[in-house]
Design a binder for this molecule. Structure first.
Ligand SMILES: Cc1cc2nc3c(=O)[nH]c(=O)nc-3n(C[C@H](O)[C@H](O)[C@H](O)COP(=O)(O)O)c2cc1C
Length: 211
């Protein structure tokens, strides 16, 4: 039976959509919150980490917000995308949810149609079949009819579609603020505690006064 893990356990997939900063910030905050974080990165996801963050190879310490090249936190566990025999490929492995961040249209399509080209897709299918939470931080614009149909199919299969689509009502001042807006909403849906300033106080004047 699915149930809460102790400590909390979350699976993170990084696919080849723009927005590597979202992935890095999510991993950093999950590790900081004491969550056992199981990571799988597609080959194009790895390329995006290199292109957008300048990361050579999969630097787990850097992803977790530590000095690049230093020891990775023990709670951050990497699974190779080709290892379809990894723990996260099995429904018997209990966890508290999975997020694909960022989620490419290719990975969205695999989730929507039940195809498993590699471990990330398999882990996503397993998350759905076990009725656990699957959050897809899809990033693409504009959206084709194919994307729109896949988004609906994935949602109907049980995924939560949380597009990389930050709000501006908190008056962001930096790229980091925009990233935190999206990542904070992801953590909310995974029931992971955080203290990011993403809560609407109810009146725009209050926001301005706080700055
Ligand atoms: C620099 C770069 C940026 C990309 N950005 C996106 C994107 O924002 N959204 C998307 O759906 N695909 C994007 N792609 C294309 C995907 O990486 C490509 O479809 C790939 O097959 C995705 O594979 P994956 O889903 O296994 O990671 C991008 C590719 C590159 C090289």
């Amino acid at each position: 039976m699915p149930g809460p893990s102790n400590p909390q356990r979350i699976v993170v997939g990084i696919s080849g959509a723009s927005g590597a900063l979202y992935a890095a910030r999510a991993v950093q905050l999950l590790v900081a919150a004491g969550v056992e974080t199981h990571l799988v990165v597609s080959p194009l996801g790895q390329r995006l980490l290199r292109d957008e963050l300048g990361m050579e190879g999969l630097d787990l310490a850097a992803l977790a917000g530590r000095e690049p090249g230093t020891d990775a936190p023990a709670s951050l566990i990497l699974h190779h995308h080709k290892d379809v025999g990894a723990t996260i490929a099995s429904g018997s492995f209990r966890h508290d949810g999975m997020v694909v961040v960022p989620c490419s249209s290719n990975t969205l399509s695999a989730v929507a149609t039940g195809q498993a080209q590699h471990l990330m897709h398999r882990a996503a299918h397993v998350t759905l079949k076990e009725r656990r939470k699957l959050v897809l931080v899809h990033r693409e614009t504009p959206l084709s009819r194919v994307d729109l149909k896949n988004l609906l199919a994935a949602e109907e299969a049980g995924a939560l579609i949380l597009p990389a689509n930050p709000g501006f009502y908190m008056l962001p001042r930096s790229v980091e603020d925009l990233v935190d807006f999206v990542v904070g909403r992801v953590l909310d849906h995974l029931d992971v505690a955080h203290d990011l300033s993403i809560r609407w106080p109810g009146h725009m004047r209050l926001v301005r006064e706080a700055q």
